[in-house]
Write a protein that binds this ligand. Structure first.
Ligand SMILES: Cc1ncc(COP(=O)(O)O)c(C=O)c1O
Length: 366
């Protein structure tokens, strides 16, 4: 009954974890991919007010003009980047689906730095493309030499994600520049998922779009404004691609949620410095708690840390952690390898400390 393409994707890895987790009563939960703070009150008010005022109908497919213009102005002011066109999407997930649908066809190769955010691999497969993994272990650096080894005549695009889920790796401006050089040399399109752009701890924020013209930027409000359930994001880049994504949006999402678009206008330039300072100290807390016990890189951004599992078996280690009431995610959910595990530190300090205690205990058993 089902379309054959459904055989091309699966969710078995993560399902197994959640099945195990369902048995836990009050787990120490370090698995969650969203901030532990709520949408700022002033942003909520704008959403509520818009609903009250009757801003509840379809908006234009491409998104309200003032938000589209605000996105362009934001990048112009912050990075001196001029985008040809923008589209307001239903989260970055919506943007990814539309982008992949517009760009990938049978046999197209998509370069994916491994570890990767899960959607990239599954979307590429779903559309008949071929994910080509670029191994970035052990320090998650995306060196152009590694990319060169994997590029072929069929390579269509490269997807990058910095700061990254699940590793927390944030590329430096020099690294972004060298990735751009590689892409230019091979005339590749680059899709850059910058959803964690606010969550950067040791360097000034930057955007890949500054370094390369054939870039499709995806970003959104889920992480920076904690608006995960409001489903709001945007795509910006070459007009031809944005136009195609818009046409696909017309026949799928129709538009992003109306009230969320109004709220997004204020959220775009929201000052979340205090939250970022808090998350920097959470990053320090978890890193200091793990570094003597695990082989682990210090994350420069996002809210994840990706240590190596003792015994080199991520799934086995996570099963042990869950047996000790700690919920974390095995690395093979985000990778072709099963050697690591992901911790989210988007949690109260007290939860992080309880998690560290369990992890140290488990590490000592090896
Ligand atoms: C790297 C990355 N991209 C995209 C998304 C999806 O975000 P959104 O809520 O905007 O769809 C996530 C969410 O976890 C993510 O980690």
């Amino acid at each position: 009954m089902l379309a054959r393409r459904m055989k091309l994707i699966d969710s078995s890895g993560i399902r197994k974890v959640f099945d195990l987790a369902a048995k836990l009563k009050d787990p120490i939960n370090l698995s969650i991919g969203q901030p532990d703070f709520d949408i700022p009150d002033e942003i909520k008010e704008i959403g509520i007010q818009s609903i009250r005022e009757g801003f509840n109908r379809y908006t234009v497919t491409q998104g309200i003009p003032e938000l589209r213009e605000a996105v362009r102005e934001h990048y112009r002011r912050k990075y001196s980047v001029e985008f040809e066109d923008t589209l307001i999407t239903s989260g970055v997930s919506g943007g990814l689906l539309l982008a992949f649908m517009a760009l990938i066809e049978e046999g197209d190769e998509v370069l994916l730095p491994d570890p990767y955010f899960v959607m990239y691999k599954h979307l590429a497969n779903l559309l008949g493309g071929k994910p080509v993994f670029v191994n970035t272990y052990p320090d998650f650096t995306l060196a152009p030499e590694k990319l060169e080894e994997k590029v072929t005549k069929r390579t269509k695009m490269l997807v990058i994600n910095s700061p990254a889920n699940p590793t927390g790796r944030a590329y430096s401006s020099e690294e972004l520049r060298s990735i751009a050089e590689f892409a230019r040399k091979h005339n590749l399109l680059v899709v850059t998922d910058e959803i964690y752009d606010h969550f950067i701890y040791d360097q000034t924020p930057d955007t890949f779009a500054k370094y390369y013209e054939k870039t499709l930027l995806l970003n959104g409000f889920s992480k920076s404004s904690a608006m995960t359930g409001w489903r709001l994001g945007y795509a910006a880049g070459p007009r031809e691609i944005i136009e195609s994504m818009k046409m696909l949006q017309q026949y799928s999402f129709v538009c992003a949620p109306s009230f969320a678009q109004k709220a997004g206008l204020a959220a775009l330039d929201l000052d979340i410095t205090q939250h970022i300072a808090d998350y920097r100290s959470k990053r320090d807390l978890i890193y200091e708690g793990l570094k003597g016990y695990f082989d682990v890189e210090k994350p420069g951004g996002a809210f994840y840390i990706f240590p190596k599992a003792p015994g080199d078996d991520g799934v086995k280690f996570v099963e042990k952690a869950i047996a000790n009431n700690l919920l974390i995610i095995p690395g093979n959910v985000f990778s072709e390898r099963n050697t690591h595990f992901r911790i989210s530190f988007a949690a109260p300090d007290e939860t992080i400390l309880r998690g560290i205690e369990v992890l140290q205990k488990l590490a000592k058993q090896f």
